[in-house]
Design a protein around this ligand. Structure first.
Ligand SMILES: Cc1cc2nc3c(=O)[nH]c(=O)nc-3n(C[C@H](O)[C@H](O)[C@H](O)COP(=O)(O)OP(=O)(O)OC[C@H]3O[C@@H](n4cnc5c(N)ncnc54)[C@H](O)[C@@H]3O)c2cc1C
Length: 396
């Protein structure tokens, strides 16, 4: 197969715009097709961008734009339900260990930066099917339009249509057994020096931070066996969830209840059941390749979903810059699969601790403090956070 000159990118979330910018940098013209009518249409909640993700954004000229909208987090502190500090993670040089950012702001910043770099977006075009011939691939959209290019990049997220087309038997995402909530609170609690606190509570998981402005940001993961869509959780009503969360955290010696009482329902979001998907068995077929959540969903507990989507998008462009299409796709998978496997495995462990039942919880509370004392050293996260991509290194 020859090298690619043009690309269709399906999905204008996080991986899509980054891939398009990286492809442009690699000399490949890319057009992004997004199902929604505009950037950030209907996306809520926040996420933490890790230093490895931010660094990869630097390679496509988007790091500054994202830093501008992010809140730097200097440290992460793990706590037990007693409030006891189990471990503290911060960077050796004092730089932020992550940036929290509103998802909608991030999507918009990436799309704006990509558009300024010359990437074309076509909104309201939902991929329906695709057809490959010897030297190109044609995408057909629900609105009746179509487009053709040398390759097609599936950046269409966790429920990827492209994944289903290249491998109809591919397993989809599964439930972590946790339902997600988050919001802002006007509670007056002692400041945390910007640190993000992660509390393995008696019955659920709670995270909070106090911003420099004094505003408190929080999120909670509530164990729930039944799968709930966002619509399901919204139908319950946020006021009811807030009361349930207050009850859930009532025995934990952290300011969770105070924070929840200071939150009004309209300042909160629910994300439904949180999902996880081990890296898909097949990442490419012919002229079609998957990136981001379409290929792997390490679950929100990894704190790496967006950062891995960004790293993968940049690596894919490097591979396509240097190699014919078929070899480029193989090289891309070779560079990525082990890393996302490892990150997903670590997140599965965290999810089990968050969703521990009564017996497992007793065991967890007994074993976690000594394990954290022994192993939770600041450099434990170095393999994730210190990862850097050398754009100029040739891919062979
Ligand atoms: C509650 C929650 C918290 C999270 N917290 C973190 C965190 O702290 N840190 C972190 O790094 N990650 C986090 N993540 C994960 C992160 O959001 C994802 O990994 C990331 O958004 C993946 O980017 P993506 O571009 O692959 O997919 P998406 O961001 O989902 O983008 C996919 C895009 O494709 C479009 N699309 C879908 N189907 C089609 C189609 N057929 N045709 C055209 N367009 C289509 C969609 O409209 C969407 O815009 C979290 C996720 C959740 C749910």
């Amino acid at each position: 197969m020859s090298t690619a000159r043009t690309a269709l990118v399906i999905g204008g979330g996080i991986a899509g715009p980054v891939a398009a910018m990286a492809l442009h940098r690699a000399g490949i013209e890319a057009v992004v097709h997004e199902a929604h009518r505009g950037p950030a249409d209907g996306v809520g909640g926040g996420l933490g961008l890790a230093p490895n993700g931010l660094s990869a954004l630097g390679l496509v000229g988007a790091e500054e734009a994202v830093r501008d909208i992010g809140i730097p987090v200097p440290a992460m502190v793990m706590r037990s339900w007693t409030g006891k500090e189990l471990a503290r993670f911060s960077s050796a040089d004092g730089s932020p260990i992550m940036h929290t950012v509103w998802r909608s702001d991030l999507y918009r910043a990436l799309c704006d930066t990509a558009e300024r770099a010359g990437v074309k977006f076509v909104y309201g075009t939902r991929l329906k099917s695709l057809q490959e011939n010897g030297s190109s691939v044609t995408a057909s959209f629900v609105d009746g339009t179509s487009a053709t290019a040398d390759i097609l990049v599936g950046a269409d997220g966790v429920r990827s249509t492209v994944r289903g087309i290249i491998d109809p038997g591919a397993p989809g995402p599964s439930s972590t057994g946790l339902v997600g909530f988050g919001g802002w609170s006007s509670a007056k609690i002692p400041h945390t020096d910007g640190a993000m606190n992660f509390v393995f509570g008696k019955r659920a998981f709670f995270s909070y931070t106090v911003e420099p402005s004094g505003r408190v940001g929080w999120f909670a993961n509530l164990p729930r066996k039944a799968h709930m869509t966002i619509a399901d959780t919204q139908a319950v009503g946020m006021d009811k969830w807030l009361r349930l969360l207050e009850d859930t955290f009532t025995d934990d010696r952290v300011p969770a209840v105070q924070i929840l009482r200071g939150s009004s329902p309209d300042q909160c979001v629910t994300t439904g059941t949180l999902e996880i998907m081990r890296p898909a068995p097949r990442w490419h077929r012919g002229r079609v390749v998957l990136i981001g959540d379409a290929a792997h969903v390490p679950s929100p507990s990894s704190g790496q979903g967006a950062s891995q989507a960004i790293e993968g998008a940049v690596h894919l462009a490097r591979c396509l810059r240097d190699l014919p299409v078929d070899q480029a796709f193989r090289a891309y998978e070779g560079l990525r699969r082990d890393r996302v496997e490892r990150i997903t495995t670590a997140a599965e462990r965290t999810n089990r601790n968050k969703a521990a039942g009564p017996v497992a919880r007793v065991l967890r509370d007994l074993t976690m403090p000594p394990i954290m004392r022994l192993f939770a050293k600041p450099d434990q996260l170095a393999w994730q956070y210190d990862y850097r991509i050398d754009w100029d290194a040739p891919v062979s």
